[in-house]
Write a protein that binds this ligand. Sequence first.
Ligand code: ADP
Length: 219
Amino acid sequence: MKKKQFAVIGLGRFGGSICKELYNMGHQVLAIDVRDEKVNEFAPFATHAVIANTTDEKALQSLGIGNFEYVIVAIGDDIQTSILTTLLLKEMNVPNVWVKAQNSYHHKVLEKIGADRIIHPEQDMGIRIAQHLTSEKIVDYIELSEEYSIVELLATSKIHNKSLVDLNVRAKYGCTILAIKRGETVHVSPVPNEVIYEKDLLIVIGHKNDLKRFEEDGM
Ligand code: ADP
């Protein structure tokens, strides 16, 4: 895996989790917060941890933040600070600025000033949990657009020992099985005679209605 350089601004629950996870994955992570207690808390889980106010352009420049490939702005409730920080990062030509948004007004402004990805963690997680609650088969869920999604489905006994040809998912349900996960192994672009076993994880892409039909009737 190619190592990337990340900076995480705001070490609350959201930013803190991102920081730890990236660092555990072996990436270079610069952790930034305006509060020294947060910086101390995350120092063991980051390559560097520094105290800085990211609305201060000079402070950002002295950190060399313009050279980072990815910067995550995880400043919580202070919308104004989040917006100003994002604006400065885009002015410094950071190629990928990912920002946590608080509400739709915040989202709109972030879009206008060039945030590369806007995240609504509570809503996104809410959707996933709801999907999981309503079907034991749905393990994970990624919304691609209003119409299309990718779902991770747990293979049931109903489709145990059946091949992709037997199931004929594309013709019957209009969705495509992208990969099959079995334990630690992932079979990407499975061949038609690939056999599915109960408890395999199927990664399936398609229209939401088609995915629902497959999940409810086809497995
Ligand atoms: P969460 O909801 O993810 O827990 P919080 O609001 O608790 O988010 O965390 C946001 C973090 O962002 C806090 O630790 C706060 O100190 C930090 N923060 C706020 N303003 C700035 C700023 N101007 N520069 C750097 N960090 C900031």
